[in-house]
Ligand binder design. Structure first.
Ligand SMILES: Nc1ncnc2c1ncn2[C@@H]1O[C@H](COP(=O)(O)OP(=O)(O)OP(=O)(O)O)[C@@H](O)[C@H]1O
Ligand SMILES: [Mg+2]
Length: 242
């Protein structure tokens, strides 16, 4: 499904990605963990070209992602759902319009977009809030709108960049619950950057640890937390025991 080879990206002299290889199978859920600044966001942002890598290759669903330009790239991005740490909702639009917006922009007729958006809001438990404005929702609810917005496009793959990191700890649980439900029942391929170790243990098929722009360890959640081989995995294991 997703095949990343020898991906490099530098900012000035500093390497954010120093040769990353990663494979994700169709329907698989991969969690990426690692210390701040190790390149997690850079890596997943390269997948839909929010960030341009310097070299390497990315193949997604048979498409050479780095070769896409113009309308091809636009069309490709619609197949990739992205959930951000900061929800990036449009304050003056209703929840429903926030979720419909990019579907209509992509040329879908309004009725169909509305139907899709309502179904996506239903999946995150927010159908009843469709006519509210983002400012009238809690942080957890706003992030669930962010998730519905990604879901509404029926993406082939979903990329999540620390979706619970800017939430009040009390609100983290409701978002993780929605995420876990999606992971278990949607069958969509997921790449999730998160520090939530117990979520990762329950929901991930595989955990990938990064450090200084490289993948330093990967494996099944039970294995990597029980017998970490890298320094970084050992640190996360400690988190789990606290
Ligand atoms: N737009 C940018 N300009 C300059 N440097 C950048 C830019 N984006 C990222 N970097 C640098 O690249 C490195 C990797 O950043 P990245 O955001 O991918 O890390 P991360 O693992 O997502 O960290 P965090 O857990 O804090 O989100 C860091 O050293 C960062 O400072
Ligand atoms: Mg990041």
């Amino acid at each position: 499904m997703l095949q990343i080879r020898d991906l490099h990206k530098s900012y000035g002299k500093a390497a954010a990605l120093a040769g990353v290889d990663l494979d994700v199978a169709k329907g698989e859920t991969v969690v990426i963990m690692g210390p701040s600044g190790c390149g997690k966001s850079t890596l997943i942002r390269c997948v839909n070209r929010l960030t341009e890598p310097d070299s390497g290759s990315i193949i997604l669903g048979g498409q050479d992602v780095l070769a896409l330009t113009g309308p091809e790239l636009q069309q490709f991005r619609r197949k990739v759902g992205f959930v951000f740490q900061h929800f990036n909702l449009i304050a003056r639009l209703t929840v429903l319009d926030n979720v419909m917006f990019h579907l209509v922009l992509a040329g879908m007729d309004r009725d169909q977009a509305r139907e899709r958006a309502l179904a996506a809001l239903d999946k995150v438990g927010l159908k009843a809030a469709a006519e509210r404005k983002p400012g009238q929702l809690s942080g957890g609810q706003q992030q669930r709108v962010g998730i519905a917005r990604a879901l509404a496009a029926h993406p082939e793959i979903m990329l999540w960049d620390e979706p619970t990191a800017s939430l009040d700890p009390i609100l983290v649980g409701e978002v993780l619950e929605v995420m876990e439900e999606l992971v278990k029942h949607s069958g969509t391929t997921m790449v999730i950057v998160t520090h939530e170790v117990s979520f990762a243990l329950r929901a991930a098929h595989r955990i990938v640890f990064m450090d200084r722009g490289k993948v330093v360890e990967e494996g099944e959640p039970e294995r990597v937390f029980a017998q970490p081989r890298s320094e970084i995995a050992a640190l996360y294991k400690k988190l789990l025991m606290n």
